[in-house]
Ligand binder design. Structure first.
Ligand SMILES: [Cu+2]
Length: 149
């Protein structure tokens, strides 16, 4: 009886867990080489293949004591960074975090970001929960591009 109940509980729980993992596809996570103590920006693409809207609420990483979600806004001729509370990821849509746009911000790097290494970042979504990705550290001057696929 007990075993049978556990099997039923597992059968009920599995579809929900699988859905949370598969509705968001996060690709091309990258950042730039930077010195310890400085700031860094992280970029990635989030595709929401599900039927429910989601939101990126926060990011954290062992690479920095604090991370923020930022966007760029134009003030006259100058583009300035500004923190945002969250980044909406509507159902069926793709949101790009990229240079001159939305990005993750490392505030005060604990260590050097060395080109060729990878940096773990944990993203927390309203629906999907925590998702950890590995940011590829590219050259200091790297811009958005079709690096890999
Ligand atoms: Cu920023």
């Amino acid at each position: 009886m007990t075993t049978r109940r556990m099997l039923i509980a597992a059968a009920l729980a599995t579809p929900l867990a699988a859905q949370a993992q598969t509705t968001l596809q996060i690709t091309q996570p990258w950042t730039r080489a930077a010195r310890a103590g400085g700031q860094g920006a992280g970029y990635l693409t989030i595709r929401n293949a599900g039927a429910e809207a989601d939101r990126l609420l926060s990011a954290s990483s062992p690479a920095a004591p604090r991370m923020e979600l930022h966007t760029h806004i134009r003030e006259g001729d100058v583009m300035r960074m500004r923190p945002v509370n969250d980044i909406p990821v509507p159902a069926g849509q793709t949101v790009q975090l990229q240079p001159s746009g939305l990005h993750l911000m490392f505030i005060g790097l604990s260590d050097e970001l060395r080109q060729g290494s990878t940096i773990p970042v944990t993203l927390v979504f309203e629906r999907a929960g925590a998702v950890t990705v590995q940011l590829e550290v590219r050259a200091a001057g790297a811009r958005a591009g079709h690096h890999g696929h």
